[in-house]
Ligand binder design. Structure first.
Ligand SMILES: [Fe+2]
Length: 179
């Protein structure tokens, strides 16, 4: 069962604000990859696509003299920490199940290790799916944050993902019924 759809998240003003800041096109592409990877790995497509869509909502734009400064970003960035908490608050407001909201928030927290001094993260399959989906769509120098998409195309792709998930849920519940 899905408590909240991707379109409901997409429509929320908080999501609009932060998704547009960090790159709507990137967020949607990562959600699409996450869907495929989640199917492959047998993890929840619902959780994976939500974490993927919201993984960068904690981004702050690091500017120096009107230009985005990558070094300043590397030095000060905590977007995964901020994003995890921001996404959690948004999901709870929208009526997401509390356990699921936590799983999603933790996957966002662990989608990068950029804020850690060193060391490797031990990821669970859901967290791995989100991190991999993000990596696949990344461009050198943060270019993926600036890719453009019209809000109409963004909505259509979000609706498509919601539909794919609903179809998948219908399929699996019919299989369970007749098993
Ligand atoms: Fe990202």
């Amino acid at each position: 069962m899905r408590y909240v759809t991707l379109e409901e998240i997409f429509d929320h003003p908080i999501a609009q604000k932060y998704l547009n800041r960090s790159g709507m096109a990137h967020a949607i592409a990562v959600a699409e990859y996450a869907f495929d990877f989640a199917v492959e790995k047998g993890v929840s497509v619902d959780l994976a696509t939500k974490a993927a869509l919201l993984h960068d909502v904690g981004h702050y734009t690091w500017y120096r003299d009107g230009e985005w400064d990558y070094d300043l970003y590397k030095e000060n960035d905590i977007h995964a920490i901020k994003g995890a908490s921001r996404a959690h608050k948004l999901l709870i407001r929208l009526g997401e199940d509390r356990h699921q909201a936590k799983e999603i928030a933790v996957a966002i927290l662990l989608h990068t290790d950029s804020y850690l001094p060193q060391g490797e993260l031990m990821l669970k399959p859901l967290q791995e799916v989100v991190a991999q989906a993000d990596e696949v769509d990344e461009e050198y120098g943060g270019g993926h944050h600036y890719r453009k998409i019209s809000s109409n195309e963004a909505r259509i792709r979000i609706q498509k993902l919601d539909k794919k998930m609903n179809d998948l849920f219908k399929q699996t519940s019919t299989k369970q019924q007749f098993a």
